[in-house]
Design a protein around this ligand. Structure first.
Ligand code: TK8
Length: 336
């Protein structure tokens, strides 16, 4: 009898030392996490961080596999795979979500955010959450926002010192009307194209230029096919990590909680990493021979004024006036 009690106690003691992960309710799952940038990029590093967190939290029950360089498809293709349940998680630009929830175009309105700090506060606050919640009715679940960063202009034709220098430049933009209207307004020839096709388009001269944060210009090796970089910071566009709602709805409460926790940890990791990488990328781009120039505030203000029709057009679409007002109110709170 004593022996039985002893071994029972021992058994309990061992059970007590099992990690919380093993005790928690995790089912064995294969999770596909896709993204568009190169594996060696700020996006790739953060995806691997997220995957690792989930593998750990599940005590090895989850096998999260990462797929970079758009190997599961472009942003819009992955979004459809999530909605259909053929893929579990992705990260991509909020800008490419406008085909699903057009309200997301609000983040693409030119010169809306003044700093990374402003963007963090708005995205991590009630406004950012409310935007993510709009995806639920469309088959996706928003998990968190990562930094893509302020977007800058590159091209192979000429230095862009003033708006008129963009005239006639065939410029790849994301598949999003705000960008098409904005760059047409600047005088460029805006061509919407998936990011996965961008390098080849620049290389063959199908387009002359593009716009992205310096980290992406570096990790995608655009310096090989682009000579001029102009620091316009015209849009701060976030990345958003999303899950398939079909898949998400089948998760246990413990799994959902772990997913949320890993999402927040990945966000903090990604923003720190991206901001450090951004400084290094500027050095790399210089060293690779890109000619870099900034634009005067007066010129940027002139560009901003030129975008008014694009902003008005966005705001005139159903429901958008409300979204713009809400974002303006959030920003006003920060700036007072
Ligand atoms: C990566 C894209 C990219 C975005 C773009 O899939 O398309 O220019 O900036 O980050 O989402």
């Amino acid at each position: 009898m004593k022996l039985i009690i002893k071994s029972l106690a021992l058994g309990l003691a061992i059970a007590g030392t099992l990690s919380a992960a093993q005790a928690a309710d995790f089912k064995p799952r294969m999770v596909r996490f896709g993204y568009g940038l190169a594996e060696d990029s700020n996006q790739g590093r953060a995806v691997r961080f997220f995957a690792e967190e989930l593998n750990k939290a599940s005590g090895g029950k989850w096998k999260v596999k990462t797929f970079g360089a758009a190997s599961l498809g472009s942003d819009p293709q992955m979004q459809n795979a999530l909605i259909g349940g053929a893929q579990e998680i992705m990260v991509g630009s909020t800008a490419t979500l406008v085909g699903i929830v057009s309200d997301f175009g609000v983040y693409d309105l030119p010169f809306v955010f003044n700093s990374e700090k402003e963007a963090d506060t708005v995205l991590d606050g009630p406004f950012g959450q409310k935007m993510m919640d709009k995806l639920q009715g469309k088959g996706m679940v928003g998990l968190t926002y990562w930094e893509n960063g302020f977007r800058n202009l590159t091209n192979s034709k000429r230095p862009v010192n003033k708006m008129e220098d963009m005239a006639g430049i065939k410029l790849r933009v994301m598949q999003n009307p705000v960008y098409i209207d904005m760059f047409k307004g600047f005088g460029a020839n805006a061509v919407p194209l998936a990011f996965s096709e961008l390098f080849a388009a620049l290389e063959t001269g199908a387009v002359d230029g593009q716009e992205n944060p310096v980290t992406t210009i570096d990790s995608s090796k655009f310096y090989e096919v682009q000579k001029y970089l102009t620091m316009t910071r015209h849009v701060y566009s976030p990345w958003i990590v999303t899950a398939s709602k079909r898949w998400y709805d089948g998760l246990t409460a413990d799994e959902k909680a772990a997913l949320q926790k890993a999402a927040i940890a990945s966000r903090d990791f990604e923003r720190r990493d991206s901001r450090a990488a951004s400084e290094k990328s500027m050095e790399v781009l210089k060293q690779k021979g890109m000619q870099i120039n900034s634009m005067s505030d007066a010129e940027l203000n002139r560009m901003r004024a030129t975008t008014k029709p694009a902003v008005d057009k966005f705001a005139a679409m159903p429901g958008h006036a409300e979204v713009v007002k809400e974002l303006d109110a959030e920003l006003a709170k920060l700036r007072k």
